[in-house]
Design a protein around this ligand. Structure first.
Ligand SMILES: [Zn+2]
Length: 306
């Protein structure tokens, strides 16, 4: 029961941060009586960069990926509309000390959110000298979402060195949600659960496990990190895929697999809060390898349609 509450609270917090606050900023654009163009500009920049931060950084399938784009369109359209309607004819500079203080506070807030957003956006770019491997996407028949991924810890909470460039992948429905219901406690409600996983490359299986228990939602197995997993060796890299459904893994050590061959089902075994597919690669000598799918790297909020 405790976890049920925390899943619900998590969704509510994301709803407030991603939807309620940006929409309140838009409402204020229309309702506030701006006295100068500079005052309006500082407010608009602060609210835009806040919205950019949540657009890049937050977990949108908790409140629908579609709302991510709707919020951004509103954040751009509302100030433009209000400017031509009301602001254009105002004086440029604010009058009085108090209004200058408000304008400066707005510019300061804008600078802070711009800085945080730039750091988040930089996670979409991987170091040029990092080894890269091009793989086939391991899931099919839907839209898939990267919840953890990127070249820095702001967008990618994989802290182990070999998993530095790992991706955690969820599945979306047509409405842009990753699960049925709000904060559901039922594994079956998470769209990735029991999806078929396919070999992302041709190569040899070097490790596999098929016996770990599927964890209840919200309860991580902090002893066995990978749960049921497969490691395939291809193109000089070791590719780890983890958190398979117990008993679903179709391959064992030393098997040869071809790219696109079914190897198991997505589950919730190991160190995982909700069903997802973890995929990461390393060079076998202690260095993480960046994964490209169809020639493209991914990061949090990337969507792959297959
Ligand atoms: Zn992971």
């Amino acid at each position: 029961m405790a976890f049920e509450i925390s899943f619900l609270i998590e969704t509510l917090v994301i709803a407030v941060v991603c939807l309620v606050i940006p929409l309140a900023f838009v409402a204020v654009q229309f309702l506030a009586k701006f006295k100068s163009r500079l005052g309006w500009l500082s407010y608009s920049l602060a609210t835009f960069f806040y919205t950019l931060f949540v657009f890049v950084d937050l977990f949108w399938p908790w409140v629908s990926m579609h709302s991510r784009y709707a919020v951004m369109v509103l954040a751009l359209a509302a100030p433009a509309y209000v400017y031509f309607k009301k602001i254009k004819k105002l004086n440029f500079k604010p009058e009085g000390k108090k209004r200058w203080v408000f304008a400066c506070a707005g510019f300061l807030a804008a600078a802070v959110f711009l800085f945080i957003s730039i750091h988040a956006i930089s996670a979409y770019f991987y170091p040029a000298d990092a080894k890269t491997i091009n793989l086939e996407f391991p899931l099919r028949g839907g839209a898939y979402y990267v919840s953890q991924g990127g070249s820095n810890n702001q967008l990618n909470m994989h802290f182990a060195k070999l998993q530095k460039y790992a991706y955690d992948i969820l599945m979306l429905d047509a409405f842009g949600f990753r699960a049925k219901g709000i904060g559901s406690q039922n594994l079956e409600d998470y769209y990735i659960y029991k999806q078929k996983i396919f070999a992302p490359c041709s190569g040899r299986i070097i490790e596999a496990n098929n016996n770990a228990l599927d964890m209840p939602l919200g309860q991580k197995n902090s002893v066995d990190f990978n749960g049921n997993y497969v490691v395939v060796e291809c193109e000089g890299a070791r590719v780890l895929m983890a958190h398979f459904l117990q008993g679903s893994v179709l391959v064992k050590a030393n098997d040869q697999v071809s790219a696109g061959q079914e190897i198991g089902l997505a589950g919730n075994s190991g160190n995982t809060l909700e069903p997802h597919l973890h995929i990461s690669a390393d060079d076998g000598s202690g260095n993480p390898v960046v994964i490209e799918f169809d020639g493209k790297t991914l990061a949090r909020n990337s969507v792959v349609v297959k």
